[in-house]
Design a protein around this ligand. Sequence first.
Ligand code: F6P
Length: 327
Amino acid sequence: MKTNTALRRIGILTSGGDAPGMNAVIRAVTRTAHHHGISVLGIKRGYNGLIHGDVVELDSQSVNGLITRGGTILYTARCPEFNTEEGLKKAADTVRYLGIDGLIVAGGDGTLRGGLDISRLGVNVVGIPCTIDNDVGCTHYTIGFDSACNTAVEAIDRLRDTMQSHERCSIVEVMGRSAGHLALYVAIACGASAVLVPELPFDFEKDIAEKIRKGRIRGRSHHLIIVAEGVAGISHLGEQIKDATGMDPRVTILGHIQRGGMPTARDRVTASRMGEVAVKALVDDKKNRVITMFKSEMQEIDIEEALAMKKDLQPSMLEAAYVLTQS
Ligand code: F6P
């Protein structure tokens, strides 16, 4: 394996919506880089920091204790300026000015696309998929997904207590942007009566009203409907349920709480492994890669190929959700 002996300094940024485990990525990248005698610059506020040269040196001390912490110590932002030709050029100039030989970008689809854009200006980029949405096509798993699922499940378990006492129907909206991965996992984990995802059309009568009625005949007094935030046409779902079933629904939007908190063991380990593999890719003189996970194996693939890949909801998960919400 060819080794890049010219690799002296790595830059790392976190961008887009934060995800539990981003800090563990920063820690793993920093520790692995130092292990190889490479210095690390933390770039603040995603691509913004790159455009404006807002950076901090990351030494071993600065990443102590980070593995347990949610959020990102480098801050994160969405950066419209980076989508302009001028912004992109400024960012690439900063990379050269700061002597960054390899740039690691951690975030979701938009972040990885930003990585592809800047790689076309000659910056060597490695992407690490981090998003609670798990909607990045090139990988089975994105860092933060498991933590967000667990946070949502814990909150819904609490809701269930009060909803059960009042024999109510709860409608819970979970995040996921235009994808239903989070909703599907959470629905199965919470024993929901129904789940709505943006990828599939729904029929109110068949997919919700009938299930609630059947459940009541079987003695169920509480019903939980999980809705992914990207589902269209649900603003009157509560009223529709009331009219169709006579139940007294309550709507809860879990919102940004799903992005906070300590990463789970799965996210800590995945973040640590992906961070290590990302630095290794740069050390091995690989160009423009995304670190991905297939089954439980880490791989690194070409960023252009990676971003052309699509991901559907897992058919076996859909099947399980379908069967398990019938009773
Ligand atoms: O992509 C992560 C995510 O949390 C989505 O699930 C959600 O749609 C979006 O970010 C919310 O973004 P913001 O923090 O800008 O409100």
